[in-house]
Design a protein around this ligand. Structure first.
Ligand SMILES: [Zn+2]
Length: 263
């Protein structure tokens, strides 16, 4: 069985030897592909390091998340992405998005940075990786206000934690939905119900490592090797087998994050 972990983070100051061990354990667990996802200066540099060192196993996404609004305005951050992406094969923009749970006070700045990166994704014709927490309406409004000229899917909402209603609104807007280890948590009944609702061709899996280790690894540092627990949980709630989930989520990720230009 092979897996595509569509969302893994790496710190820029982690040693190459440690990255290599994480990637080796991933490969041993069947994670033959992963998306190394940026989000801050540090996470972008970690993602670049891993994508360069493991070109056959890792693809690259660069972006600035909702916590990066303090240090620079959106245009400066987008300009930084343009410079970083030069001479690199970037398959997606992200992560980006809104989190009004932790930082409602920066809502306007988060929205401006999110919109600026959606426009960059549209310009580059690259899919976007969206984080959204307690910000359903603003997320939908900004998506609706921002043009998308590409064909096919626009991107993915990662680490989905919403209900069926929000899932259907995102599916209506040409997005895929990715589930993380949160779906395995005991308290996540509502989320498991959402997971039964997403159609096969829009479903993805991720670890969001090193955060959010799934059951039975809760409390430990998460890593891409653990993505199979997400696949196993989705297989149970969707009444299918793990190999079916592994292969359909792999195919979906392969299509959305194609290495070669696909638009
Ligand atoms: Zn993330």
């Amino acid at each position: 069985m092979t897996y595509f972990d569509t969302h893994a983070h790496f710190y820029g100051n982690t040693s190459p030897a440690e990255h290599a061990m994480v990637m080796k354990r991933a490969l041993e667990a069947g994670v033959t592909q992963l998306l190394a996802v940026g989000g801050s200066a540090d996470l972008n540099s970690g993602a670049i390091a891993v994508a360069k060192a493991f070109p056959a196993q890792a693809r690259l996404a660069l972006g600035f998340d909702r916590d990066q609004t303090k240090d620079a305005d959106p245009e400066t951050l987008v300009q930084t992405l343009r410079l970083l992406a030069k001479d690199l094969s970037v398959v997606a923009v992200g992560e980006m998005g809104l989190d009004f749970h932790y930082h409602p006070e920066t809502a306007d700045a988060q929205a401006a940075l999110f919109a600026a990166q959606l426009r960059l994704g549209d310009e580059w014709k690259k899919p976007v990786i969206i984080h959204t927490r307690e910000a359903d309406e603003t997320t939908l409004r900004i998506l609706d206000e921002t043009p998308w000229h590409g064909k096919g899917l626009r991107g993915v909402v990662h680490c989905f934690t919403g209900d069926k209603h929000f899932a259907s609104q995102l599916l209506d807007r040409q997005l895929a939905i990715s589930f993380s280890g949160i779906v395995t948590f005991k308290s996540a009944d509502m989320l498991r119900e959402s997971a039964t609702f997403v159609p096969d061709e829009r479903l993805m899996i991720e670890t969001d490592s090193p955060f959010l280790a799934p059951v039975p690894h809760r409390g430990k540092a998460n890593e891409p090797a653990f993505v199979r627990h997400v696949a196993a949980c989705l297989a149970t709630v969707r009444k299918t087998d793990e190999s079916a989930i592994a292969s359909l989520t792999y195919r979906n990720a392969e299509t959305l994050f194609a290495s070669a230009p696909s638009f």
